[in-house]
Design a protein around this ligand. Structure first.
Ligand code: PLP
Length: 406
């Protein structure tokens, strides 16, 4: 468990927390960036800004070295087998779209794709579009009354025709940790591929893609203290090798003539164009930052924050949590009877409390629950119990305002 002093030291590394005097509880949307990450990006632009892989001048050599160093560190961070399995994209959304595009030629009519009811739109729409285009069937695993995946139904809907299962590791709406290892094991018995959307898990849970045996794992740097606009797509080499190029252009070819193009091997085949090197370097520094703390310690600390928030907010009349169980991490979603989440969120924002309100890009699960949205608190390594106390006090103030108004 982190001591008070350790958290104080961590907080000092985040300039935005000092500057704006805010309480930032919207870490599921994006995390703030430590100075280390910001400085690394600045250093890149000040000292060795250049393109990669394409030139042997000294700037090109440095930038290429940093690109491959970062790729190698990401490989180690998630325990991939080789650097060829690490593809840089612009974010989870692009990674999911890339896989949907590349896998399309292997999905035929009457094949099946399975997702869950709790997915983020970016893990719904690409599969919906692909299923409609290829006349495949999109199946959905429902959730039970605890917000967890209904595995009994999953075991019923998976069949020999299932080609892909795409599931979040941790849901962005309610912070439920899905039993992905179990799902992967079952899916592989049916020869189905499994893609894990790790956006909400990557900064909280140790990810070992070999141990999980997932076929793809995707995440965004900006949700793990890194910069915006940079995503990581992990895929088993044997499947990425079969992927056609997703985009075509510079950096992904061996030979081009007007008749034909011979493409590069992995990972370059899937990385056309100039890469976001500043983002890649910043991501490497974010890994460096995270590497200072054990994931178990981070998870224990964030779970302590979650449990404390659950306890203190339980005192509020009309409080409705989605959900309240042991399979949750770092995200707390709730509504208060007769108050629209949007109105309450707006008022909280006036007190400098940054929380998220609305449907969190997950309309199907909100429709299923028959709600217009929730107020979502999501914690990170720099949040504190004191912040939750302050939040609670302001929340009570806001509620007085609503009740007074009638
Ligand atoms: N998947 C989940 C579970 C998310 O929480 C998010 C973003 O909130 C995404 C996908 C999309 O990530 P990005 O916007 O970084 O592409």
């Amino acid at each position: 468990m982190f001591s008070f002093e350790e958290i104080k030291k961590i907080r000092k590394q985040f300039p935005i927390l000092k500057k704006n005097n805010i309480i930032y509880f919207d870490n599921a949307a994006t995390t703030q960036k430590p100075l280390k990450v910001i400085n690394a990006i600045k250093k890149y632009y000040c000292n060795f800004n250049y393109n990669v892989n394409r030139s042997f001048n000294f700037l090109g050599k440095i930038s290429t070295k940093y690109l491959e160093l970062s790729r190698n560190n990401i490989k180690s961070f998630i325990n991939a087998k080789s650097i060829e399995e690490i593809i840089f994209t612009s974010g989870t959304t692009e990674s999911l779209n890339l896989i949907a595009y590349c896998i399309s030629k292997f999905i035929n009519s009457y094949d099946e794709i399975i997702i869950s009811h709790s997915e983020h739109h970016s893990n719904i729409i690409p599969w919906q579009v692909l299923s409609q285009k290829n006349k495949a069937t999109l199946k959905v695993i429902p959730v039970n009354s605890e917000g967890e995946l209904n595995l009994r139904i999953f075991n019923k809907i998976i069949t020999k025709k299932t080609k892909l299962i795409s599931i979040s590791h941790v849901t962005n709406t309610f912070g439920i940790i899905n039993p992905i290892k179990k799902l992967i094991k079952t899916a592989h018995k049916y020869n189905s591929l499994v893609l894990i959307d790790g956006s909400q898990a990557i900064s909280h849970i140790t990810i070992d893609v070999q141990n999980l045996d997932c076929d793809f794992y995707v995440f965004s740097s900006h949700k793990m203290y890194g910069p915006n606009g940079l995503g990581i797509l992990y895929g088993k080499k044997k499947f990425l090798d079969k992927f056609p190029p997703y985009k075509c252009g510079g950096g992904m070819i061996e030979k081009v003539t007007f008749k034909q193009t011979r493409f590069s091997g992995l990972p370059f085949k899937l990385e056309a164009g100039t890469p976001n090197l500043a983002g890649i370097i910043g991501t490497n520094k974010a890994l460096n930052f995270l590497g200072n703390y054990s994931p178990r310690k981070i998870n224990t600390y964030e779970t302590k924050l979650l449990k404390y928030a659950l306890k203190i907010l339980s005192n509020i009349k009309g409080m409705n949590f989605y959900y309240k169980n042991s399979k949750m991490t770092k995200i707390l979603s709730f509504n208060i009877e007769n108050i629209h989440s949007f109105d309450l969120g707006k008022l909280l924002n006036n007190y400098g409390l940054a929380v998220r309100t609305g449907k969190h890009c997950a309309q199907p699960i909100m429709d299923y629950l028959k709600i217009n949205g929730t107020i979502r608190l999501s914690f990170a390594i720099y949040n504190t119990i004191e912040e939750i106390d302050i939040f609670y006090n302001y929340l009570i103030k806001c509620l007085y305002f609503f009740y007074k108004r009638g």
